[in-house]
Design a protein around this ligand. Structure first.
Ligand code: ADP
Ligand code: MG
Length: 256
């Protein structure tokens, strides 16, 4: 059995914003998350990489409780993830999620996509939600698309709307699961640039991506997963220039 990797990170004082301890999850017989210990500090940007099927998406989905876990504990801002109900909705709202496939509401305008959650879940007034939505749409560079429908936008624009929609909930942490994998190459940077901006503004982020440029530019730490385990955890420069495990070396030789 491979050794567990101890988390060694310099971070500000205080409790980690996100903490996974002893997390195990199975899909039937498949042990998809194995003894995951991971702490993410406020303002930290963690890039998660690893081969397909290594459990990266499941890890993200466990953090906002789209997937349950069978063992271990996950806390957000010192609060344990509840099983269900109102408390879960509240805590899930603290965790913004951006998927590979945009997942915008097709029959709502861009503006409505961004105001819906704040009005329904955060109980903001329509006027407040709209004001904030417009600011966020400007911030991600699609302020002039507010009245369009998602299908009228390019993939890069849709993904930036999805980021604005997640930010509108005022999340404590943002999870990105391969946010640029479904995009045409010329649109990748417009999305990554928004994410780099968020990172620089101090957002706590977990980003599953194979975009090594982003990792080098914005990540405090790279976590390498394989076979449901965290195999390596290091600063980007260290990880890319001097990976310690054979599995990480092999993986990097294929993608770099
Ligand atoms: P990654 O995102 O790293 O590609 P995933 O977390 O999506 O990996 O998947 C990890 C493993 O769990 C894979 O073997 C995948 O087939 C399996 N898996 C993912 N979701 C389910 C599910 N809902 N039911 C059964 N197996 C699943
Ligand atoms: Mg995945």
């Amino acid at each position: 059995m491979p050794p567990r990797v101890a988390e060694v990170t310099s971070r500000p004082n205080g409790e980690p914003l996100v903490r996974l301890s002893g997390v195990n999850k199975w899909f039937g017989d498949l042990h998809v998350l194995q003894d995951i210990d991971l702490e993410i500090a406020r303002g930290e940007v963690v890039v998660v990489i690893g081969p397909s099927g290594s459990g990266k998406s499941t890890l993200c989905r466990a953090i906002n409780r789209l997937e349950s876990i069978q063992q271990g504990e996950i806390t957000i801002d010192s609060q344990k993830l509840p099983e269900e109900g109102k408390a879960l909705a509240g805590l899930r709202a603290d965790v913004g999620m951006v998927f590979q496939s945009f997942n915008l509401f097709a029959h709502k305008t861009v503006l409505e996509n961004v105001t819906l959650g704040p009005v329904k879940v955060r109980k903001k007034s329509a006027a407040d939600a709209e004001k904030r939505a417009k600011e966020l749409l400007d911030r991600v560079g699609v302020g002039n698309q507010a009245d369009k429908y998602p299908a009228q936008l390019s993939g890069g624009q849709q993904q930036r709307v999805a980021i604005a929609r997640a930010l509108a909930m005022d999340p404590k942490v943002m999870l990105f699961d391969e946010p640029t994998s479904a995009l045409d190459p010329e649109m990748i940077n417009e999305v990554l640039d928004v994410m780099v901006g968020l990172a620089r503004d101090g957002m706590t982020m977990v980003v599953v991506t194979h975009e090594m440029g982003f990792a080098r530019k914005a990540a405090n730490r790279v976590v390498f997963m394989d076979g449901g385990r965290i195999v390596e955890s290091a600063e980007p420069e260290t990880f890319f220039t001097n990976p310690t495990s054979d599995r990480a070396k092999d993986f990097l030789s294929k993608i770099l």
